[in-house]
Design a protein around this ligand. Structure first.
Ligand code: SF4
Length: 177
């Protein structure tokens, strides 16, 4: 399964690089800080990302420390306001707080960012150069996933199937992967 998830890590590196660059660029407009977990929700992932993270956590033999009960809607890996799988957190978590540019269902460009950020920033100053092109990376991930599920013969995932991140706990506890 590792060879099939190679493309995922390459994409993640590219995203990390851009996220770091944007963080630097917007430093004074970001209220993001350690202990803030406003963006940490109960996400679901495409299989390519789910299994990549499962494999990485298995390889690290990480002793997971997560709360036995979580607040509804909260991520199961959030403990004491901190991410317990930080180095392997999903792509969506790597862009938390940044200005995300995407096309909405009416085919209009929209920008999304945490309400705590950019409070004094002039929205007209957002350009292609200082925003995160979410659609581009989402389509790259979608294509990687298409290839990945095609090769996963023992499962029958559809192109749009998502796996809740919380399912990772079962995988890690039973080592079912
Ligand atoms: S994986 Fe980590 S960063 Fe992502 S939502 Fe969960 S706790 Fe937050």
């Amino acid at each position: 399964m590792k060879a099939k998830t190679k493309g995922y890590y390459k994409l993640r590196e590219e995203i990390d690089w851009l996220a770091k660059k944007l963080e630097k660029q917007h430093k004074k407009h970001l209220a993001c800080k350690m202990g803030c977990d406003l963006c940490c929700m109960d996400y679901s992932l495409l299989p390519v990302e789910f299994y990549s993270i499962a494999n990485a956590l298995k390889d690290q033999n990480l002793k997971l420390d997560y709360p036995s009960v979580t607040k509804e809607g909260n991520c199961v890996f959030l403990k004491d306001h901190k991410c317990t799988i930080y180095s392997e957190r999903p792509i969506i978590c790597r862009t938390h707080g940044l200005p995300l540019l995407y096309m909405n269902e009416n085919e209009e460009w929209e920008l999304s960012a945490c309400e705590l950020n950019f409070t004094t920033f002039d929205m007209d100053d957002f350009t292609n150069e200082n925003t995160f092109p979410q659609d581009r990376f989402n389509s790259d991930l979608f294509m990687l996933n298409k290839e990945f599920i095609r090769e996963l013969k023992d499962k029958n995932y559809g192109e749009f199937d998502l796996i809740p991140l919380r399912e990772l706990i079962n995988h890690l506890e039973t080592r079912k992967y």
